[in-house]
Design a protein around this ligand. Sequence first.
Ligand code: ZN
Length: 188
Amino acid sequence: MLVAINKNSRERVKAIEHKTGHALRSKFSCGDLICPFCDGIVFARDRPGFVLHFVHSHPCTSNIDRHPESPEHEQGKLKIAEFLNQQIKDDPSQCAKVEVEYRLSECGEHGRVADVALVYDNGNLLICECQLSKITSNELEKRTLDYYSIGADVVWFLGKDADTPENRNWLRSMFGSVGRLDFVYTSS
Ligand SMILES: [Zn+2]
């Protein structure tokens, strides 16, 4: 996960706003950073090829619907957040901000965590979902309708195993277009 909670101040702590795991370990005492969903203790981890992120010290106990955490998925969320930040950077109204791992308690059966959300001051939401693991178009539809049910629109970015002709066709018929995430692997 890319966002933890500071147990003492209840503030969101974004991994991306720190340069290294060392910076986070220096700043926050052991046990101060917790999971936003289960309140379990998390710690910072940076490894070559991974974006700086947080890891549970015990498995997450939350039943909120959220994606499994793979390095590619973390990277995808950051890329989408960068893309959205670019889109709104020249907007003088500054009426929206980009949030990663944005919790939506009213969405779906147990609540959902949007990968990236454009959150407007007036309550509007544009959700961006990064889907890399295998999924059926029925599941895509169910998640889309969950977001619609709270008045949020959604943009899907497909990559890896989720990027199938069937899913592309479904998204095109529903939205007219579909985003794609490509990963380039190197051995270095
Ligand atoms: Zn958790």
